[in-house]
Design a protein. Sequence first.
Length: 151
Amino acid sequence: MNIPRAIAAGVIGGAVVDLFLIIVRAAPFPGIYQFIASALVGPVAFTSSAYILLGLVMHFAISIVAALAYAYVATRSRALIENPTLWGAIFGVGVMVVMQVVTGVAHVSPPPTVIGIVIGLLSHVVFFGLPVAWYIALGEKRETRSLKTAA
């Protein structure tokens, strides 16, 4: 597993999903990061802008860990490298489900609405799962080609 590649994939996926959510105003800046921080510290996160940095760090840490998990599985199953669109979409759905469970358990999120589920699926599949899967697959394919060429 190429750890730097997986970390880069997590940063890319985290940034792309945030940009989407902020642009469509589904998660306004900086409230998105205070919301994330509130999963750890509770409602106090909304009382000070100091919690924005905590939420930002948490968000990218979660994105990187998710990408590391995807990269780890991809090193054991070539299917994830050969068909990153399918597996990236499945990965995005899985990430969304985990996030819904975590925010539900942390009591920071009300029950999802239909529009919330649609935006959640769109953001986690198209703007997180796919970029992570494509970045990792592209890197693995390039690495494999260069190893074959060198041999």
